[in-house]
Write a protein that binds this ligand. Structure first.
Ligand SMILES: N[C@@H](CCC(=O)N[C@@H](CS)C(=O)NCC(=O)O)C(=O)O
Length: 215
């Protein structure tokens, strides 16, 4: 097994995705809690994009972003498989991954805009535009998953992991988007997955409190 070092912040939803993959596959690794943007952070020296998660393999190969790291881990430890081996099946699971990722990107953009210290610089148009992406993305997930247990096939995949990390972040950071009221079926899918050991182990305490408030 190569030496694996994961640089990430426990608050990062993208890092949570990687941590769930590591937990599902029980892959030994060193966890380095770090903020990407704190003064003096080593992250920009490791990842030219200055973002977490970043994985350093055997002190030489740097991997980013979360999707690439997940793909590498799935190759390194094939069971349980989180990505079909190839063909259209793999493409479709990567598309689910992209949907979760895209919902999360839009939610993070809203939060960044809202956190601008100068109120006059905040753009309500940008926030509204990103909110539509979050809402449409969640509605598409609800429609396409329907009553099925998993977003693709008969087992957990990277698609489920990305979707649930995105739903978790939206619920926790943008509680005004009350998506779970409009999409109870999708909310039940998420609640079931959040009960898995790997999801519970990677939920931050605030998220747990947010979930408890929903019950
Ligand atoms: N597409 C990237 C997104 C990573 C990302 O945006 N991470 C945030 C933390 S949640 C970050 O490091 N932001 C710092 C920055 O953009 O400067 C992935 O999936 O890994």
């Amino acid at each position: 097994m190569p030496k694996l070092q994961l640089y990430c912040s426990v608050l990062s939803p993208y890092a949570r995705k990687v941590r769930i993959v590591l937990a599902e596959k029980q892959i030994p690794h060193e966890f380095i809690e770090i903020s990407a943007s704190a003064p003096g952070s080593p992250v920009p020296k490791i990842n030219p994009l200055g973002k977490v998660p970043v994985m350093v393999v055997d002190d030489e190969t740097v991997l980013y972003d979360s999707g690439v790291i997940a793909e590498y881990l799935d190759m390194l430890v094939p069971a349980p498989s989180l990505l079909p081996a190839g063909g259209m099946e793999r493409v479709l699971v990567r598309r689910w991954d992209a949907l979760g990722q895209g919902i999360c990107d839009a939610a993070v953009a809203i939060a960044h805009e809202r956190n601008r210290s100068v109120e006059a610089q905040r753009s309500p148009e940008l926030m509204a535009k990103q909110r539509i992406k979050v809402e449409n993305g969640l509605a598409a997930a609800d429609r396409d998953i329907g009553d099925r247990e998993w977003c693709y096939g008969n087992a957990l995949s990277l698609g489920d992991i990305s979707l649930v990390m995105a739903m978790g972040w939206v619920t926790q950071r943008l509680p005004e988007i009350e998506w779970h009221r409009n999409l109870p079926r999708l909310a039940a899918y998420r609640a079931r997955l959040e009960e898995r050991a790997s999801f519970r182990a990677t939920a931050n305490p605030n998220l747990t409190a947010a979930l408890a408030a929903l019950k």
